[in-house]
Design a protein. Structure first.
Length: 134
């Protein structure tokens, strides 16, 4: 390799190692977010990642699993890592996955989400109150 190629590679490497001061800054260069098996938390970064058009995958024990369609949630580690490899190697698969995930995430209007949450909270309050009274 030439000195120029070596310098260019070094610049890319330095850019990758640069400390990120915010999640948004981190997500700018990220194409795939793999929520690692058995990792707790992550709901906030998942919402931000989807807004930034980042593809997400996770295992079924992850907190993130409740935000994704079943086809992006894996129980088998071999399948989990095979999917990461496919997403890494195929721009088309990443694009298709990103579009599908964003359509799934945005399938409800804000009013529907509010109404569904309100109903669930009212029901939970009724159950809790009946338990307290007995």
């Amino acid at each position: 390799s030439t000195r120029k190629e070596s310098s260019a590679a070094s610049d890319v490497y330095k850019r990758q190692l640069k400390f990120k001061t915010s999640i948004d800054e981190f997500l700018v260069d990220l194409y795939i977010y793999c929520h690692l098996p058995r990792l707790i938390g992550g709901g906030g970064i998942v919402s931000m990642a989807l807004r930034n058009k980042t593809v997400l995958i996770c295992d079924s024990n992850s907190d993130v699993a409740q935000r994704l369609e079943d086809k992006y949630i894996f129980d088998d580690f071999k399948v989990f890592f095979k999917n990461i490899e496919e997403l890494t190697n195929s721009v088309e698969k990443r694009l298709e996955t990103m579009i599908s995930q964003n359509l799934f995430l945005n399938r409800y209007s804000e009013k529907e989400v509010y109404d569904n949450t309100r109903i669930k909270l009212e029901n939970a309050t009724k159950i809790f109150n009946s338990y307290i009274k007995s």
